[in-house]
Design a binder for this molecule. Structure first.
Ligand SMILES: *Cc1c(COP(=O)(O)O)cnc(C)c1O
Length: 402
């Protein structure tokens, strides 16, 4: 299996980029040749062994020690690379673990430009762990390309963006940011957790690194914490592969097998998340207790056109401003019955949360205010339940706030 080709996909995709062709086949078959295993198992085995017998000293067959490589992990990594149409993928203990590993690429005094509307834990990692290591961090509204370029300095080594952003779902032009990065010879990393390679392919748009919290849509069953980095450049791959072993932030073989299994249904799940979310978003847009709905697939979204230009669709992520403040948000969230009040996203089950005091509580208040992460901003992760039940649930909960 050589991965997939997004160019010749189904052209009629409602004005979005074509859906990647062969995605489901790659997800199901890549790195799964039964001939790879002595017993010809159709499903790759879970290999828990931490060490592997060598032919003679320092002559291993393939594997030596579980931190540096493992059949279950490597199978997942090959499959991840294939579904992104990329050359290499590497897995880590978590999304944050993947990002922490990148710190090993830099030296004290290096500068990183970072989008300002981010997963709270990434912002915390850069600010509270990166800075004491001597990394200089500038947060920027990356929808403003001039601002991004203005922040480039001689010591700038990486631009980090998340698109759509979290939680306000702004869309950042990956190809345009990549032009700036290439001009100044800076790495561009895109956190692609919200869309997965089914809907967005950062490397094809010019990014150097496509980074994931596999915990979310990729695993999609809310039962594994894991991260990944996908790249095409061999030298970059070698450096990160070295760091994966040297820093040791690796996932367990069992967890790798679980995520690998989940990839088999990723295409189906993303189609359903996408359908449900647009139906929910349209319902919410018409509700009197909702002030504003943020969803890149709605024509009312300020970057709807850009979203269509660089993605093949949108996931189940929606943010809404409801009428009122903290009290109304509490009331709304505690009235939900099908949606579960919980952090995280991307699982088959629908979740709702209040970023200002939950996922984004670690973002400084001033920055939260600037970004519009107010106490009436609710983030929804629309699952794959029957959409009528989801809409009915939101309706009854919205009615409780009057
Ligand atoms: C959850 C998340 C992360 C962090 O991943 P973990 O697996 O929880 O460490 C990073 N980026 C985004 C967009 C996320 O949603």
């Amino acid at each position: 299996m050589n991965g997939i080709n997004s160019v010749n996909g189904n052209a009629d995709n409602d004005g979005y980029l074509p859906l990647p062709q062969g995605f489901a086949t790659a997800a199901i078959h890549a790195a799964h040749e039964p001939e790879k295993w002595e017993h010809m198992s159709v499903v790759p085995p879970i290999v828990m062994s931490t060490t592997f017998k060598q032919h003679s000293p320092a002559v291993p067959k393939i594997y030596e020690y579980g931190r540096s490589g493992n059949p279950s992990r490597n199978t997942l990594e090959e499959c991840l690379a294939a579904v992104e149409g990329a050359k290499y993928a590497m897995c880590f203990a978590s999304g944050l673990g993947a990002t922490s590993t990148l710190f090993g690429l830099f030296n004290s005094g290096d500068h990183i430009i970072c989008g300002d509307d981010l997963y709270g834990g990434i912002s915390r990692l850069f600010r509270i762990v990166g800075k004491p290591l001597g990394l200089e961090i500038t947060f920027v509204n990356a929808t403003n390309l001039e601002e991004v370029e203005k922040d480039v300095k001689p010591n700038t080594k990486m631009i980090w963006i998340e698109t759509p952003t979290n939680p306000t779902l702004k869309v950042i032009d990956i190809a345009a940011v990549s032009k700036i990065a290439k001009k100044h010879k800076i790495l561009l990393a895109v956190d692609n957790t919200f869309l997965t390679p089914y809907f967005q392919r950062p490397l094809e748009l010019g990014a150097d690194l496509s980074v994931y919290s596999l915990t979310k849509y990729m695993n999609g069953h809310s039962d594994i914490v894991m991260g990944a980095i996908v790249v095409n450049d061999e030298a970059l791959h070698n450096k990160i592969r070295f760091l994966q072993n040297a820093m040791g932030i690796i996932p367990s073989p069992f967890d790798c097998a679980q995520v690998n299994r989940s990839l088999k249904t990723l295409a189906l799940r993303m189609q359903q998340h996408s359908k449900n979310a647009i139906a929910v978003a349209k319902f919410l847009e018409g509700h009197p207790n909702v002030i504003k709905v943020l969803h890149p697939g709605l024509p009312s979204h300020p970057q709807h056109k850009l979203a269509k230009k660089q993605t093949a669709g949108h996931s189940g992520m929606i943010s809404i401003y409801i009428k009122g403040g903290l009290e109304e948000s509490r009331k709304f969230l505690s009235s939900l019955q099908v949606f579960t009040l919980a952090e995280s996203l991307g699982g088959y089950e629908s979740l709702a949360e209040l970023p200002s005091i939950m996922t984004h509580a670690s973002v400084p208040e001033e920055q939260r205010n600037e970004l519009g992460i107010s106490d009436n901003l609710i983030r929804l992760s629309v699952g794959i339940e029957d959409v009528e039940d989801l809409i009915q649930d939101l309706k009854q909960a919205l009615e409780t706030i009057k």
